[in-house]
Design a protein. Structure first.
Length: 89
């Protein structure tokens, strides 16, 4: 819990699971406001079913080993508000 938001961090996560709340409960044994995950190296910021999902991509191996420059994610959490965005390197 950070500034009133329940945050989970995990390597592999399926953001398009059929039942996102159930998938989150299975992975974290709790409900969450924000999930930060990686594994695919495909950057994304998306809100679904009231959950902010953030995959920062990869600064060194973007999109699973492409030759383009990578990405990082910025997540800001302040009381009552969250914001995330991707930065292209």
């Amino acid at each position: 819990n950070y500034n009133g938001f329940r945050l989970g961090l995990v390597h592999a996560f399926d953001p398009y699971a059929e039942s996102l709340p159930r998938h989150i409960s299975f992975c974290f044994n709790d409900s969450l406001d924000i999930v930060v995950f990686g594994d695919t190296h495909f950057e994304m910021v998306e809100e679904r079913d009231g959950v902010l999902m953030v995959n920062p991509g990869s600064p060194t191996y973007p999109r699973n080993m492409s030759t383009r420059l990578g990405t990082v994610g910025i997540l800001e959490i302040v009381p009552g508000k969250t914001e995330a965005h991707i930065v292209q390197l």
